[in-house]
Design a protein around this ligand. Structure first.
Ligand SMILES: [Zn+2]
Length: 336
């Protein structure tokens, strides 16, 4: 059987005709398998959703109890057959609950990795390579220029700045799911034990991470009523990127604008966002990690999706690995 008889890119997302299901569909479908809770992969409105318990919980937190018709939780590594297709979920190391999804039928196995990263993350299970015939990889940072530095060193930059400017408020932009909790956990690992102030949009997800045994330490709301005069001098305040657009961060005294993202490697992006203290912390692989992963898994074929597809396809071809871009639409280039 050719691999694309098992899984192929359709307008609504990756479709498995044998199992009659989609992986991370971008429009409502009858049966969806979801890799992780980021909004470009996990959308509301499907008839039936199969995902890890954490991903289902996260979707419920974000969309409400009626986020889908019916849902089924699957554990990492648990074998399951869906309409004759062997399905497995395996850790992707991206955010809490994130999984790669393997599908197998007629002796062909394809792994759709969703979003993934290879470096250690104190807030989620680490990526596990899964042997397969076709490996579907993201390419958010799929250019050789992308190199993510050590995230502990990036975290220390924030603490160094905090020590240098004790009168100022360090306001850090971080995506609400995954990045914010990881930045907090990294700060705790660097022995920063002061309360960290969080924007209201992060509260429920931070509470959820804590309920799952991920210790984020003392968190306090950073919400200020108009007549309130709370002093945030010398503190770290974390908010979602959207909060910076609505000038939320300017409420704080003499703020230093920081932002935690893999894109902070590009100075121009940091400048455009008015970021004084860019922190290059990513929940995606950099180029070296993408290529090392493909080398390690050694699939017969690589399909590349969302991001800089062409460079990674070219790299595979130069290494003698069959590869093609999938041109899936609907996944956010910013990569939450
Ligand atoms: Zn993601």
């Amino acid at each position: 059987m050719k691999p694309d008889a098992l899984l192929y890119p359709a307008p609504k997302g990756l479709y498995c005709p044998i199992g009659d299901f989609y992986i991370d569909p971008v429009q409502p479908v009858e049966r969806a398998l979801i890799t992780h809770g980021h909004s470009d992969h996990a959308r509301a409105g499907h008839g039936h959703v199969l995902a890890t318990r954490e991903t289902l919980d996260i979707m419920r937190i974000r969309y409400g109890d009626d986020f889908c018709g019916t849902s089924q939780a699957i554990s990492l590594g648990e074998p399951l057959v869906v309409n004759g297709v062997d399905v497995g979920f395996h850790p992707a190391g991206h955010v809490l609950g994130s999984a790669q999804i393997s599908v197998r039928a007629n002796g062909v196995r394809i792994v759709a990795s969703g979003d993934y990263k290879r470096r250690r993350d104190p807030t989620c299970a680490g990526f596990e390579p899964v042997a397969c015939d076709v490996f579907i990889t993201e390419a958010t940072f799929g250019l050789p220029v992308f190199h993510h530095p050590d995230d502990r060193a990036e975290t220390r930059k924030l603490l160094t700045s905090l020590a240098q400017f004790p009168e100022r408020t360090h306001v850090v932009g971080a995506y609400a799911l995954g990045k914010a909790q990881r930045v907090i956990a990294l700060l705790r690992e660097e022995e920063y034990h002061q309360p960290i102030f969080i924007h209201g949009a992060l509260q429920r997800l931070c509470d959820y991470y804590q309920s799952q045994g991920i210790d984020l330490g003392a968190l306090r709301p950073a919400t200020l009523a108009a007549d309130e005069k709370q002093d945030f001098k010398g503190t770290i305040v974390i908010g979602p990127p959207a909060a910076f657009a609505d000038r939320w961060s300017r409420r704080f005294s003499d703020p230093i604008a920081s932002f935690a993202s893999g894109w902070m490697l590009i100075r121009q992006r940091a400048k455009q966002r008015g970021v004084e203290l860019p922190l290059i912390i990513s929940d995606h692989c950099d180029w070296a990690e993408l290529t090392a992963t493909i080398t390690e898994i050694a699939p017969a074929e690589v399909w590349v999706t969302h991001g800089r597809e062409e460079a990674l396809v070219r790299w595979c071809e130069l290494k003698g690995i069959a590869a093609r871009p999938l041109h899936l639409v609907g996944y956010d280039d910013e990569g939450e």
